[in-house]
Design a protein. Structure first.
Length: 160
């Protein structure tokens, strides 16, 4: 059972690294600026890379660390689902999506600088893959990864 978990965790680790690489490629190479929720949706992947690596390094507390990874993916699924709801206008943008902006009078240069650095609206889909927003794809992936991590935890609970 534990060898099976090691293989599964290796694949999850590689998938998380690949997912983050794709997100950074889309942002920095293709030039699509992410919204605040998009940035938050990366947290479970980064946390999983760290925590799964920790499982391999420590070789202890495997079930507890896997449980924490599961919680991160559940968090990711909830945030992604919320993001899809904003994109589809089921929910209103929250303070996380704050578009900022000052009500003070600004010079032309200050206004241009502010527009350059203005956050992207969470309801605007700037990049699609196979017709789906990245938030939609992330919702599906986060649910699947949650199920995979649940299986890993269940495997750790079986005979040692």
């Amino acid at each position: 059972m534990f060898e099976n978990n090691k293989l599964i965790l290796n694949r999850v680790l590689i998938f998380c690294i690949l997912s983050l690489s794709i997100a950074y490629f889309i942002q920095y190479i293709l030039g699509y600026k992410p919204c605040n929720l998009c940035l938050i949706e990366r947290i479970p992947y980064l946390a999983s890379v760290i925590l799964i690596s920790l499982i391999f390094i420590l070789n202890r507390f495997k079930k507890i660390i896997a449980g924490i990874v599961l919680l991160f993916f559940i968090f990711g699924a909830i945030i992604s689902f919320y993001h899809v709801g904003i994109e589809q206008e089921f929910f209103k943008e929250s303070f996380v999506c704050n578009l900022g902006g000052s009500k003070d009078a600004l010079s032309t240069e200050q206004l241009l600088k502010q527009l350059e650095n203005a956050p992207i609206s969470c309801k605007d889909v700037t990049f699609r893959f196979l017709g789906l927003s990245l938030a939609t794809i992330n919702t599906i992936i986060s649910i699947l990864l949650s199920g995979i991590m649940l299986k890993v935890i269940k495997n750790y609970g079986q005979n040692k």
